[in-house]
Design a protein. Structure first.
Length: 155
């Protein structure tokens, strides 16, 4: 495949749990560093240019009050209209650091992703409490999955 591809990871964290999942996803995606650039941005620092340049997207969020973090919601609010019609079919997946069951955050992003017309490529990873070895491995696998899919053009 010609040219470099880009995997964008947009995330927020308060406790560091979500950041550990993001680090694992980045490590998994690194297997495809010869073809895919991983751009990891805190949600408040990510913008429309980042989204429009992305060939794949990971949204990583803590579950706050049964919903997305405010920072992730802010990113989505700031980019929705400028990205309208320009990111249709963008492959995405989600990492959730949950204090409850994570379902509210997942439902919210799925609803929003429908508006963006993104394509979910894996079940959301919901990690309750501190990420253990299995959770870190699962986040790494998801990073590798998305990076491989955009590297080989299969997503």
């Amino acid at each position: 495949m010609e040219g470099r591809r880009q995997l964008l990871i947009v995330w927020s964290t308060q406790t560091g749990r979500t950041a550990r999942l993001v680090d694992a996803a980045c490590a998994g995606a690194a297997d495809f560093a010869d073809t895919v650039d991983v751009v990891s941005r805190r949600a408040l620092d990510a913008g429309i240019d980042d989204l429009l340049a992305a060939d794949g997207l990971i949204i990583a969020t803590p579950e706050n009050f049964g919903y997305l973090s405010g920072a992730v919601k802010d990113f989505l609010d700031r980019t929705y209209y400028p990205a309208e019609g320009k990111v249709d079919g963008l492959p995405y997946l989600m990492l959730v650091s949950a204090g409850n069951d994570g379902s509210g955050a997942v439902r919210a992003l799925e609803r929003i992703a429908t508006g963006y017309r993104w394509k979910r490529v894996a079940e959301p990873l919901i990690v309750k409490g501190e990420p253990d070895t299995a959770a870190i491995e699962a986040a790494g696998e998801r990073g590798a999955l998305l990076a491989a899919g955009i590297a080989f053009g299969t997503l």
